[in-house]
Design a protein around this ligand. Structure first.
Ligand code: NAD
Length: 453
């Protein structure tokens, strides 16, 4: 792909308004050159999405393995096939590089880098700072920069803007800056990225309008809000809403167990109400790069503003206790069969943090496997999406789910409800099944053979 260098092609420097007009024209003709920083779950998916819409896209990443994989047409995302990736590369609309000096050639730059927590559970913005520094080095008039990484309100205006404005270029006049949260839901075939409305908050109304024009090319609807802070907060509300409601479902699961009730039946019955109720389900704990982390970005920001956010912390306490609850369930289940956890063989079914994805970041399976192993159990796992898994110092490989393997274990433990796994076979052949995802509902089994959360 040959990328025109707009910075040097323009003979006489047009006025700032003129450069924005030219960028908007290039967006409308899908000829604006797009840079996507961070080729992860969000960035690679989005790079392919914009390439598929006809834009020339360059993916930037500091991870050379990811750059090489994209260039070779090998997808590492469960939702993206090699064929779909190769179609864009073959058409010359997408390629990947680690050469960040080429950011200066981009008309538009989307920042999709990680936003993890530090060891003290505070926001770690180091990737955003590094990415912004790389953009700053080549920032030029006419560029649109959009931060998409999930972060606390104020990051775009207080941090990214301050760094970019220190070049002497003026936001809204020389360059545009916005926040637009990525709302992708990996593994969710009912809601592909192209079906999800975008939220855009610009530092100026003009910035927002340019970004809205861009996202209208790939999204069914663009919701422009009054500021980047509102857009940042809206994303944190979405994820905090999930964390708090999952916390409620987890607490209800424990309450229902103590009352001898089936929490899944209770939730499904409540979910028949056609208004005012949305079902959330219990599970072995939160995982992934969003729900366990993002609410803590919000509580951190709240605290430094002197506000004590109680819901977030309570949900965090309940959700983060679930792996220990699951370990106790396994111990009690074995105990009821006259066995101890020490010396037992446990087969974990599903180690990614949610169904039908290969992402194991923050997966509760890691903590649960580590805790079971520490108590003397022999652990194996089966996950069609995760061929290998490191837990502490130990590396495991996914085992075949054959009858022999199921007969040899003392207990099967379902942690992730991948749809391709044959749970009927598991219930038939494993001595006992601890089910934290309700995959055994409807399967005929003697009551003592299945223990559900
Ligand atoms: N994964 C999801 O489902 C999801 C959904 C919505 C929003 N988000 C948010 O999107 C952001 C990215 O998440 P992800 O899951 O795609 O992360 P990821 O870890 O899968 O990918 C991020 C990529 O950025 C690269 N990177 C880091 N620093 C860089 C730099 N300075 N320059 C260029 N590349 C750099 C990393 O090497 C990595 O490949 C996070 O803020 C996350 O909270 C994630």
């Amino acid at each position: 792909m040959t990328i025109p260098n707009h910075a040097t092609m323009t003979p006489a420097r047009p006025s700032p308004g003129e450069e924005t007009r030219l960028l908007r024209e290039r967006i409308s003709m899908t000829s604006a050159v797009m840079g996507v920083m961070g080729l992860g779950y969000v960035g690679l998916a989005e790079a392919v999405e914009f390439a598929n819409a006809g834009f020339p896209v360059v993916g930037f990443d500091v991870n050379a393995e990811r750059v090489a994989a994209v260039e070779a047409g090998h997808s590492y995302l469960a939702d993206l096939t090699d064929d779909a990736l190769r179609a864009e590369i073959g058409a010359g609309r997408l390629h990947a590089t680690g050469d960040l000096s080429r950011l200066a050639d981009m008309d538009i730059i989307l920042i999709c880098v990680p936003t993890p927590l530090s060891k003290t559970k505070a926001p770690d913005l180091s990737c955003i700072l590094d990415a912004t520094q790389s953009i700053r080095a080549g920032l030029r008039r006419g560029q649109l920069i959009v931060l998409e990484s999930t972060t606390y309100p104020g990051t775009t205006s207080e941090i990214v803007l301050a760094m970019l404005a220190s070049t002497g270029l003026r936001v809204g006049e020389d360059f545009s800056l916005c926040f637009s949260p990525e709302r992708l839901n990996p593994g969710d075939t009912n809601h592909p990225p192209t079906s999800i409305p975008r939220i855009v908050g610009g530092v100026t109304p003009g910035c927002a309008e340019t970004a809205a024009m861009l996202y209208r090319r790939v999204a069914p609807q663009v919701v422009t809000v009054s500021s980047p802070e509102t857009a940042e907060m809206a994303k944190l509300l979405e994820n905090t809403f999930r964390a708090v409601n999952i916390g409620l479902a987890n607490e209800l699961a424990l309450l229902c167990r103590s009352l001898g009730l089936d929490v899944w039946e209770v939730i499904d019955a409540a979910a028949t109400k056609p208004f005012g109720f949305m079902p959330f389900y219990p599970g072995p704990g939160l995982g992934g790069h969003c729900i366990p982390i993002d609410p803590l970005y919000l509580s951190w920001k709240a605290r430094i503003n002197g506000f004590e956010p109680r819901f977030i912390d309570l949900a965090h306490q309940v959700n983060s206790a679930m792996p220990r609850v699951v370990v106790s369930m396994v111990m009690d289940t074995l105990n009821a069969r006259g066995r101890s956890l020490n010396g037992s063989s446990i087969l974990v079914l599903g180690v990614s943090y949610k169904r039908n994805v290969n992402d194991t970041r923050e997966s509760p399976a890691l903590e649960i496997m580590e805790a079971l192993g520490r108590r003397g159990a022999t652990i194996s796992y089966h996950d069609p999406y995760v061929p290998q898994l490191c837990v502490g110092q130990q590396t495991y490989s996914s085992v075949e789910l054959d009858e022999g393997a199921l007969h040899r274990i003392d207990c099967a433990l379902v942690l992730t409800d991948h749809t391709v796994v044959d749970y009927k076979r598991v219930v038939e052949h494993a001595p006992v099944v601890v089910d934290t995802r309700n995959v055994t509902a409807g399967l005929v089994a003697p009551p003592a053979k299945v223990v559900r959360l």
